[in-house]
Design a protein around this ligand. Structure first.
Ligand SMILES: [Zn+2]
Length: 366
């Protein structure tokens, strides 16, 4: 779908590639900088990207940005800088993920521990993340720092729209698994930047996507704009007021009390049609992910490895490999491992996490 509708931009003319050594303070020592009128890409020099893939990547990025801008009728003022970093994530960053740092001068999209796309279908997969991050940039310019429920919910909905995905499907699985959060819990979703890779955040993303989509489907696109306008700007609002402000903004947008909004939202999710066999597999995926994230050592490892200045990339590779397998469980992308086998592998990883924590803390020779 995505490739068919790619923009026919004469990107070759737009792209000015220049080699910069250490010109940008990323932790990779040498980067190539590729800039267009809207994007700046910082690519480690050690990575070779095929020209046709690069061209396709840039056209996909432009297409994603155009889509978000059209929704909000806003042209982004600052450029988006993409940074691929193979260094240790700093304390609070989410390893292996894509992080958006919007700003007034420039917006940054950091891809830590991620390789660049090597072919067009890789690009299509990544574009789903890119449009999500670009939505954060547009939201920031138009509304300031929105609470995570709205910031993430809108970003997920826009990405689902472009890729024609059902924004209720994952929430429906969560509901079946008994993991769908309440509206108050969602409204109180704070401090997410350092937790974006955790199970509760994973649940919140799906729930927020379905809630924002529900508001759009029930009340129209303009309701999304009005909702964002009513939301507190988290840069200036005092944190103890944010929950109450979010709840009020939701009630004013829907024109009903929160309990009625919650009931209608859950009912909509519950009515989502999903094949029963597929639902069973996906509920198992939720169980597996919850189990994977249940180790209390994971947070400690991010902190301790940063403190000790030691890379534990191989541990995270293993972690993210298992996370991917768990997340794909029950889909046609899953391998042939059973739930029990995956659970055993997760148990083994938890034992490793415990040992690694001790080694980093007490330096016992590992
Ligand atoms: Zn996000």
């Amino acid at each position: 779908m995505f490739r068919k509708v790619r923009l026919r931009l004469a990107l070759g003319a737009l792209v000015a590639a220049l080699l910069v050594i250490g010109a940008y303070p990323v932790r990779t020592s040498e980067v190539s900088v590729i800039s267009t009128d809207r994007f700046v890409l910082y690519i480690p020099r050690s990575v070779a990207v095929r020209p046709d893939v690069l061209d396709y990547m840039l056209s996909s990025m432009h297409k994603c940005l155009d889509f978000v801008e059209a929704f909000f009728a806003h042209s982004l003022r600052a450029r988006i800088c993409h940074l691929w970093e193979d260094a240790l994530p700093a304390l609070g960053d989410s390893p292996g993920s894509c992080i958006c740092k919007p700003g007034s001068e420039r917006h940054e999209v950091h891809e830590t521990f991620r390789t660049l796309p090597t072919n067009p279908s890789d690009v299509d997969v990544r574009a789903f993340t890119w449009i999500h991050e670009y939505t954060h940039c547009v939201l920031y310019e138009v509304f300031g720092a929105l609470p995570p429920l709205v910031d993430e919910g809108v970003a997920c909905m826009i990405a689902d729209d472009l890729f024609e995905r059902n924004s209720y499907a994952q929430a429906a699985i969560m509901l079946t698994a008994g993991e769908l959060p309440s509206l108050v819990a969602l409204a109180n979703w704070v401090n997410h930047a350092a937790r974006a890779w955790r199970f509760d955040a994973w649940v919140n993303y799906s729930a927020a996507a379905s809630l924002v989509s529900f508001i759009r489907d029930e009340y129209g696109r303009d309701a999304i704009i009005r909702m964002c306008e009513r939301m507190p700007d988290c840069r200036v609002a005092s944190w103890e007021c944010i929950l109450s402000m979010v709840m009020t903004a939701l009630e004013e947008t829907a024109g009903i009390k929160l309990d009625r909004l919650e009931a209608a939202w859950r009912q909509r999710i519950d009515s989502t049609e999903i094949d029963s066999q597929f639902r069973l597999g996906r509920v198992a995926a939720v169980r597996l992910l919850k189990h994977l994230h249940s180790s209390p050592d994971l947070d400690s490892l991010i902190f301790l490895s940063g403190r000790a200045g030691k890379s534990i990339g191989s541990f995270w590779n293993e972690f993210f490999g298992l996370q991917q397998m768990a997340a794909w469980f029950g889909t046609d992308r899953a391998g042939d491992m059973t739930e029990e086998e995956l659970r055993e592998q997760i148990d083994e990883l938890h034992v490793k996490a415990d040992k690694l924590r001790r080694a980093l803390l007490y330096g016992n020779g590992e």
